[in-house]
Design a protein around this ligand. Structure first.
Ligand code: 5GP
Ligand code: MN
Length: 337
């Protein structure tokens, strides 16, 4: 995965201090924020002038991450953000495979930049926009890849508690707390290093998972009430309309993790979670599966999305009801085992 030629190329690019912008995907999650901030702290230690720029706001439950307060949000101030991007000498894109995952406006700015890009990502079908591409779907998280990237750069000794805290976050969130199939012995050895460096793993778990508002619990309760089960297809699904979300005064991140409940029933191998977003005029869909059913493939085929074998996302511009009807219709010719 860490091709020595590309590592040498990156070493050359990083041989002198540079203004570097680090970018994750839109709607950044734990892996997106953990990997970008982990790399940020590494590049700072190396004497560079890095900046994490996220396409849109990150959820509050990640706001405790070290140096989260330095992060710029493109969609909040597109003009100032564009200037910062144009001033960059080097761009890292982390935790996504195609520039469109940053959103239309930011993508257009990125397309016009003439500086080298470096991609580090674990999604399928990487685009070819980067000078150096580190893409490997066998990794459960981009955060774990950043660890191996730093090691391959010969800089393992620079990994400190701050970097480890950031990287641990994405490893935990993208592995479902070490339960998804891409969790390997190596994943645990990387985490063992982090614990030896003094990260407070118990506190990080609490900050990530025991940090909900009462509203979020009410939103979860409604999603659970809305849950439907289709035993013939080993499938469950649930949804939240914009009206339901508004009635609970929802905040960004409140729907995070809810999709997993649909998969927590026995004899269910496939679940979908539909959330209506009237601002963006779309239905956002999360897909999860157990076993062999490839939701990445499914999301690509039916809902203009993608992701990984057991976790993917997609969207629809039809109404919530029409989107759910379309989903149900696909099941008749989808093999779920
Ligand atoms: P989530 O359901 O948590 O939003 O996403 C699950 C996984 O699928 C994540 O790895 C995410 O990056 C990926 N994903 C979500 N939405 C999309 C999408 O629209 N396109 C692609 N290619 N991947 C997505
Ligand atoms: Mn990820």
């Amino acid at each position: 995965m860490m091709n020595p030629k590309d590592i040498d190329g990156v070493k050359q690019l990083l041989a002198s201090p540079k203004k570097i912008v680090i970018i994750p995907h839109r709607n950044p999650d734990g892996d997106a924020m953990g990997s970008t901030l982990g790399l940020y702290h590494f590049l700072k230690q190396k004497g560079h002038d890095p900046l994490v720029m996220i396409p849109n706001e990150a959820p509050d439950f990640l706001a405790w991450l070290p140096s989260f307060d330095t992060v710029k949000v493109f969609e909040k101030e597109p003009e100032a953000a564009t200037k910062l991007l144009e001033a960059a000498e080097l761009v890292f894109t982390l935790d996504f495979n195609v520039l469109s995952r940053t959103g239309d406006q930011m993508e257009a700015v990125l397309q016009n930049l003439k500086v080298p890009f470096i991609m580090i990502d674990h999604h399928q079908k990487p685009g070819d926009y980067a000078l150096h591409t580190f893409s490997d779907t066998s990794f459960g998280s981009t955060c774990e890849m950043i660890y191996h990237f730093i090691v391959a750069m010969g800089e393992k000794s620079l990994i400190d508690k701050t970097i480890a805290t950031c990287l641990y976050t994405g490893i935990v969130t993208d592995s479902g707390s070490f339960r998804y199939p891409l969790t390997t012995g190596t994943t645990h050895r990387v985490v063992a290093d982090f614990i030896d460096l003094g990260i407070d793993n118990t506190a990080i778990h609490s900050l990530l998972f025991d940090n909900h508002s009462h509203n979020r619990i009410l939103i979860l309760a409604r999603a659970l009430q809305n849950m439907k089960v289709l035993p013939a297809y080993k499938t469950s699904y649930t949804s939240l309309s914009q009206e339901e979300l508004n009635s609970f005064g929802h905040a960004k991140g409140d729907t995070e993790g809810i999709v997993n409940y649909g998969l927590s029933m026995k004899d269910i191998a496939f679940t979908a979670f539909f959330t209506e977003n009237k601002d963006e005029g779309i239905i956002k869909i999360s897909f999860r599966s157990k076993g062999n059913f490839d939701v990445n493939q499914y999301a690509r085929e039916h809902f203009s999305g993608g992701g990984h074998i057991n976790a993917a996302g997609g969207k629809s511009t039809e109404s919530l009801e029409a989107t759910i009807q379309k989903f149900i219709a696909t099941l008749a010719h989808t093999k779920i085992d």
